[in-house]
Design a binder for this molecule. Structure first.
Ligand code: UDP
Length: 336
């Protein structure tokens, strides 16, 4: 099979590319390296069947050729990370809406299956229960950047479903819940890589707000497994699926757990939201997926625990620091 992955040098895309190459498929990725990196795909460059293109997905003539040559398209190119979204709202909205619009148009012309990656952010301000695909989506005001990001993803989903309804384009929508693993960077705000970096370097672990907000984390390998199974299923077409883990933890407890597992001397500090993001920033106090739908269709059950996630991310960060600063001792390297 010929797989096209937009955003393929990103954290999730590079894992997906690797998994398809491992099962003997050929993979073409396109990435503009805005949040992805060459480092993520370095180990794939020499693999037979792998092709990478550094360009924007807005290059229509190029995308036309790539879509034509593919059997299936995973559209992962998007602005990601709450920090990036708050700091670059124009780029976020434009990239997410225009990029998806173009991919759907080209896929429709070529009649190719497309998986559109959406996010648990679309559930917005619901608190108090596990989110299921049929729930109403309740967002805050548009002057808060976070909700505009959710709105941009809702437009993506709606457009994909409209293509399915009107033209029978085979689309599958996934809503990813806090996907974590090696190669994810904390630069755009993601909590686990940030806490692990802080724990390994002995810096304070920065819990935002009171730390009572909860999340359900998903190992990237579980997410990849689910994505690969979903595109094989005819019944998944025209549907939305939550992909997430099965445990729920508060951010405060997460900080303690990471400190404990990594045996770190870091102190845990609390930072007000307005200092961490911007004045008026709204967090989601609870976010956890109902995964019944995907369980019923493909037998999805998360195989990796939060402990696995922490040890895998920590191993990646240690290895990376040692590679970057191989001339220094491990202790010195971790101080950087
Ligand atoms: N968070 C935190 N400290 C950090 C980064 C994030 O306490 O250094 C919190 C953030 O406010 C949120 C949770 O961790 O409540 C998850 O944040 P992340 O950006 O990873 O994902 P989100 O679920 O917000 O998209």
């Amino acid at each position: 099979m010929k797989v096209l992955i937009t955003g393929g040098a990103g954290f999730i895309g590079s894992h997906l590319a690797e998994a398809y190459l491992e099962q003997g498929d050929s993979v073409c990725i396109i990435d503009n390296l805005s949040t992805g990196s060459m480092e993520n795909i370095e180990h794939l460059k020499k693999r037979p069947g792998f092709k990478y293109i550094i360009d924007t997905i807005m290059n229509e003539s190029l995308m036309n050729k790539l879509v034509d040559a593919a059997d299936v398209i995973f559209h992962l190119a998007a602005a990601v990370g709450v920090r990036l979204i708050v700091e670059k709202p124009v780029k976020t909205i434009e990239t997410n809406i225009r990029g998806t619009e173009l991919i759907l148009k080209l896929a429709s012309k070529a009649r190719k299956t497309v998986m559109i990656s959406s996010t648990s952010e679309v559930y917005g301000k619901h608190n108090g229960h596990r989110f299921s695909e049929n729930d109403d989506l309740v967002l805050g005001p548009t002057f808060k950047a976070r909700w505009s990001y959710a709105a941009s993803k809702i437009v993506d989903e709606s457009l994909a479903l409209a293509y399915w309804k009107e033209t029978r384009l085979p689309v599958i929508i996934i809503r990813l819940f806090n996907t974590v693993g090696p190669r994810q960077t904390g630069r755009y705000g993601m909590v686990i890589p940030r806490f692990i970096h802080q724990a390994l370097t002995g810096e304070p672990i920065t819990v935002y707000g009171d730390g009572k907000q909860t999340r359900t984390f998903t190992h990237v390998k579980d997410a990849i497994w689910a994505m690969m199974r979903l595109v094989e299923r005819q019944e998944a077409v025209g549907e939305i699926f939550n992909i997430g883990g099965d445990g729920e933890i508060s951010i405060e407890t997460l900080a303690q757990l990471i400190k404990e597992v990594l045996n770190s001397p870091s102190e845990i500090v609390h930072i007000p939201y307005e200092q961490a993001y911007e004045h008026g920033f709204e967090d989601m106090m609870r976010r956890s997926p109902d995964i019944t739908k995907i369980q019923n269709l493909i037998g999805y059950n998360p195989r990796f625990t939060l402990h696995d996630i922490i040890t895998d991310v920590a191993e990646y960060q240690r290895h990376r620091v040692l590679l970057d600063y191989s001339s220094l001792s491990r202790h010195e390297a971790l101080q950087i």
